[in-house]
Design a protein around this ligand. Sequence first.
Ligand SMILES: [Fe+2]
Length: 338
Amino acid sequence: MQLKQTFYLTFICLCAGILPANEPLVVYSHRHYAADEELFASFTESTGIPVHVLKAGANELMERLKAEGERTRADILITADAGRLDEAKAAGLLAQIHSEILKTRIPEPYRDVDSQWFGFPRRARVLVYAPDRVNPEELSTYEDLAHPKWRGRLLCRSSNNIYNQSLLASMIAAHGEGPALNWARDVRRNMARPPQGSDRDQLRAVAAGLGDVAIVNTYYLGLLLHSPDPRERALAKTLRIFFPNQQDRGTHMNISGGAVLKSSSQKDNATRLLEFLVSDQAQEVFPAVTYEYPVVEGIEWSDLQKSWGSFHADDLNLSQLGEDGRKSVQLFNLADWE
Ligand SMILES: [Fe+2]
């Protein structure tokens, strides 16, 4: 009888919203990796807080969030790029999160200056080349890709891709708009074919001999090397990685990161999820499963990442990528980089 009463009391309280415990967190995510499901499951296991994930393309999620406004069910936004997080910040969608854990675990370049978004894994945008056609001594910097010696030899995806917009934003930050425009124009002129496809497609194209050097994020080579398709693994093995700009500002970095939405009614639990993503337990998953670099210092890299070697990373604060990223879209248009 007592048990029955407790059950009904709990049921009534839940209906009235009096017992908020274990209300699921709703995550809108642009990411599409098995590692993320693993991470959310671990979070639920250790906290009892369920996580519901809605995955969609970057533009679609951003439009959806803007349209839903205050009424959105989302508590957290996760994106594959700092530029997208900055777009959400500029739209006034994000909450400021004061967390000592996030502040101390994430180095300053990889979190928002106003504490509105935080990076979890880091990505390096590098050069991947065919060693039978390129001597690595010929490679040096992103700037050098503008040289006529690369005419008809470069491969890269289109300019509507946020990774390229962020890369050009880092060129704007380093040199100013005029030189960044000239660079984009010259690199476009040096391409082996019009920009198209994904980063993975650029790797396949280098392996097939359509071009000699591709601009890609490192983890795509990791994913290709561990593809279930033996042909993909074989072609990936023919490729080599080069980290540009080691003698000056360093290789362009980006993050995949997260933010708590201003409209969330569960900001504390949402912050707990972000904090979980910078725990040692979670950080170790990124190098092992997606071949991304951990954002927290001292976390061990995967054997593959160790084989690529350590490198000097550009320490440009990624908050800069948002504003310059919007300019880079205009510059790509002027440069005819479609
Ligand atoms: Fe990606």
